[in-house]
Design a protein around this ligand. Structure first.
Ligand code: CP3
Length: 365
């Protein structure tokens, strides 16, 4: 793993980070007030970075995740360049499925495509137990390589059961999740077995990441917004609660994120996470009023704002910060970094967040 700082990085931003202890990210995830607002970006590693595209030109996405040196390298790239407060392991939510033998491909510009979709009870046989040390030794190895180089916490992640189920049932990305919801509504027994299998797989993956040094786990349940509140409550919440109960044993903060969840916030809180990631549609002060105070918040700049001229971007960042909680808060985007984003605008966001006044800590950090 190359350790030399990227020449584009403001090196004092990186030094600032290493001098800060304990990690502001973890303090904020625990609900504490922090001297400055911690910041990282969902999908911070990836095509927005030329240094990622250079690695990607030589290796496919799954090949990168299966090669610990490459996975570690691309995980560290955004930390070096932006000086963010966390690394997120470079992997994909479907990687554990590939590791247990589900035939899939991750198509650029499309997403995961599954060769034989899951449509009935018999199709569940492919979802055997995931044994990370045998099925995916690269996972822990990549975490260890990253942690050895890193001054900020590594966030591990897993896919939420509904979101993974949607890829398996649809066979690929889908807007309406029609087949998934049809299965959910019509065959409760298969549905519950499917979600419980995915929950067990996610738990095994999270455990391996934490044992190898990840200090928080984020559950990406990106597509739950396609469910009504009643559907989520009846058909998904129970398994997600099992997932968060299981994750609690790992002793690290647990973040729950989905897109289009404005109608679900109270239910997401009932699933039992320590932190909820808010998408860009709901202002943070409104989210704060609806989510119990013990749960920290993360979010929620519209990723599209990063494509706008600098003055617009500044205004949008300040609007998010103005509505943000005074404690228990981590700045992030409301969804992932768009591939067409310029790295300079992401650096600018980090600077803006870093220089923000913190009411409780009495001024700029
Ligand atoms: O920096 C990071 O955030 C870590 C890496 C990461 C990837 N996928 C790598 C990746 C993370 C956290 C994910 C999670 C993931 N994967 C989610 C949840 C987050 C979200 O965006 O809602 C989902 C839904 C997936 C499934 C998936 N994989 C999608 C929708 C795509 C995008 C398809 C595209 O090309 O636009 C992928 C592919 C993928 N996963 C890429 C990366 C960097 C881009 C493709 C590539 O480099 O070939």
């Amino acid at each position: 793993v190359q350790t030399q700082a990227n020449p584009d990085v403001a090196s004092d931003a990186v030094n600032d980070l290493s001098a800060t202890s304990p990690a502001p990210l973890l303090a904020a995830y625990r609900g504490e007030a922090t001297e400055r607002v911690p910041v990282w970006f969902m999908r911070q590693a990836g095509r927005a970075l030329p240094e990622y595209r250079a690695v990607r030109a030589r290796a496919g996405l799954l090949e990168i995740t299966h090669t610990p040196e490459l996975a570690a390298e691309v995980t560290l790239q955004p930390v070096r360049r932006y000086g963010v407060d966390a690394a997120i392991l470079f992997s994909d939510i479907v990687s554990p499925l590939a590791a247990i033998g589900v035939t899939l491909e991750i198509r650029p510009g499309v997403g995961p495509v599954i060769a034989s979709p899951v449509r009935c009870g018999r199709d569940l046989d492919v979802l055997r137990d995931f044994e990370p040390s045998e099925d995916a030794p690269w996972l822990a190895e990549a975490c260890r390589l990253v942690v050895a180089e890193l001054q900020v916490p590594l966030i591990g992640f897993v896919g939420g059961p509904f979101t993974l189920a949607s890829y398996l049932v649809e066979g690929g990305p889908s807007k309406a999740q029609a087949r998934t919801k049809a299965l959910m509504l019509s065959d409760g027994q298969t549905w519950t077995r499917l979600l419980e299998r995915l929950c067990a797989i996610a738990l095994a993956s999270a455990r391996a990441q934490v044992e190898a040094g990840a200090r928080a786990i984020q559950v990406f349940d990106s597509w739950i917004g396609s469910l009504s509140a009643g559907q989520y409550e009846r058909h998904v919440l129970g398994v997600v609660r099992q997932l968060f109960d299981g994750l609690a044993e790992l002793g690290v903060p647990r973040v729950y994120f989905g897109v289009g969840t404005g109608h679900l916030l109270e239910l997401l809180a009932q699933a039992g996470p320590d932190v909820i990631g808010i998408d860009w549609r709901v202002p943070l002060d409104l989210a704060r009023a609806r989510i119990p105070a013990a749960i920290a918040l993360q979010g929620n700049l519209d990723p599209v704002a990063c494509l706008a001229p600098e003055d617009v971007l500044e205004r949008e960042v300040r609007t998010v910060l103005a509505g943000a909680p005074e404690r228990g808060y981590v700045f992030n985007l409301g969804h992932g970094v768009l591939p067409e984003t310029s790295p300079e605008s992401m650096s600018h966001v980090v600077e803006l967040v870093r220089s923000a006044e913190r009411p409780q800590a009495g001024g700029a950090a």
